[in-house]
Write a protein that binds this ligand. Structure first.
Ligand SMILES: Nc1ncnc2c1ncn2[C@@H]1O[C@H](COP(=O)(O)OP(=O)(O)OP(=O)(O)O)[C@@H](O)[C@H]1O
Ligand SMILES: [Mg+2]
Length: 316
């Protein structure tokens, strides 16, 4: 069967009376990079563990590579690669020993293992470090080795649970290049992250909050579906004071600070622009620039999460 997709239907996990994953539905297409985003405790790892057939769902089901996670857990495990959030490598083994260990687990032949080992070493840029103790490698290198070990057996579907946490921004970028290469070879990749900016690298994504999916789509769809009002970005002195004054204006819908910039979503661009100039003049601030921007996914997610927490407050 040549089915490299993931189909999730009403998948639910309860721990006692706590619902960690609450009736979620989504589909991942073959060869795509599918992002699974959400804050700590949102339910990402629990979902992945169910999809890897390591944890039984309480309700609902999923098919991974054409196999039902409840009826055919062994088939699921054979079809996938899994890089867990923790413990994906043996820290006290050398680089080479980790590769050998995972090669054996996946039942590679000697010749197969030799070939894949060479591939992992070059992919993870670890030539010459074969005998280094894994625990002593910098975070980014370790994660690349972990990815290599997770795909030693050339799975067509790969689950990566926060592969870039604890990795510096530069290394994160090279890690994403590896993910892109896998997807370019037709491998389906489901990846979780809590770095919102990494969502831009995904073909499709979902945002999960407290076990519920609160948004789905491509980055482009998410931006155009949810944010219809203009967003102005301003650079000015006293960002925090500017924000508190702007928030009181009738044209200001949402404000958020991005580093030294302020993003303001506004109901009417012209009134907002003149209003902002007035605030700046009256309060002796300096305005360096004011531009209308296309929302980033970060804007979209902050907006959606904000809306969720407001919903919760009004429900009591
Ligand atoms: N075995 C378990 N028993 C009880 N509660 C659990 C168990 N595993 C997870 N949980 C709870 O379920 C919720 C979801 O956890 P999960 O690990 O899936 O979140 P996550 O989105 O992966 O978060 P993080 O970003 O911190 O990795 C959390 O509140 C967690 O405490
Ligand atoms: Mg997790």
């Amino acid at each position: 069967m040549n089915n490299h997709t993931i189909e999730v239907e009403q998948l639910t996990k309860r721990f006692g009376d706590f619902t960690a994953v609450d009736h979620i539905d989504f589909t991942v297409k073959q060869g795509e990079i599918f992002g699974f985003l959400g804050a700590n405790g949102a339910g990402k790892s629990t979902t992945i563990r169910m999809l890897c057939a390591l944890l039984q769902p309480t309700e609902g089901t999923a098919r991974v590579g054409g196999h039902d996670i409840t009826d055919a857990p062994e088939k699921v495990k054979e079809s996938i690669g899994y890089m867990s959030q923790r413990f994906s490598l043996y820290e006290d083994l050398t680089v080479e020993e980790n590769i050998h260990f995972f090669g054996r687990v996946y039942g590679l032949t000697d010749a197969g293992l030799r070939e894949r080992k060479a591939w992992v070493l070059s992919m993870a840029n670890l030539h010459g470090r074969e005998t280094s103790i894994t625990g002593t490698l910098p975070g980014g290198w370790k994660q690349r080795l972990a990815l290599g070990c997770a795909v030693l057996h050339r799975p067509r579907i790969v689950f990566l649970d926060e592969p870039t946490s604890g990795v510096d921004p530069l290394m994160r970028r090279t890690f994403w290049e590896l993910i892109n290469e896998l997807s370019g070879e037709g491998v389906t990749v489901l990846v979780t992250t809590h770095f919102l900016e990494e969502a831009e690298y995904c073909n499709d994504l979902i945002l999960i909050n407290a076990g519920h999916i609160i948004a789905k789509g491509s980055p482009k769809e998410l931006k155009s579906d949810h944010i219809k009002t203009p967003i102005l970005e301003l650079q000015c002195s006293n960002v925090i004071e500017a924000m508190s004054r702007i928030e009181q204006e009738p044209w200001a819908l949402e404000t958020s600070v991005f580093g030294t910039n302020l993003h303001v979503s506004v109901s009417d661009e012209a009134s907002a622009r003149s209003g902002i100039r007035k605030i700046v003049e009256q309060n002796d601030m300096k305005l360096y620039s004011i531009d209308r921007i296309t929302p980033s996914l970060e804007d979209v997610f902050l907006y959606l999460l904000d809306r969720e927490s407001e919903k919760k407050e009004t429900m009591g």
